[in-house]
Design a protein. Structure first.
Length: 102
């Protein structure tokens, strides 16, 4: 099992925010961290790249669920992509693994 991290910041985020998120995810055990710069209204290129790397049993950690998206539609699409690869999503600040009933 590989533990991936995913970090996303808005284009106008203060300098250092992305680096701080990457450090936070590595500190929480992520061996590889994929990043995106964009708005949370859509799934980013980095997320798509991450999903392509996933193997069954892999774990994707995010600092919080809003890193994935800001609506249930976007988050649902992202989780569906993980489930299609038989991987899991864990939001650290939300303190519980996120799963959807199949």
């Amino acid at each position: 099992m590989t533990v991936y991290g995913y970090a996303k910041v808005k284009p106008n985020a203060p300098a250092g925010n992305l680096e701080a998120l990457v450090w936070f995810l590595r500190w929480h055990g992520c061996t590889t961290v994929i990043t995106d710069v964009g708005y949370n209204t859509q799934i980013g290129h980095g997320w798509r790249e991450l999903v392509q790397k996933l193997r069954p049993g892999d774990l994707v950690r995010v600092a919080s669920l809003d890193q994935v998206g800001n609506s249930t539609k976007v988050v649902g699409e992202a989780v569906d992509a993980l489930l299609s690869r038989r991987a899991r999503l864990e939001a650290i600040k939300d303190s519980a693994p996120f799963a959807r009933a199949c």
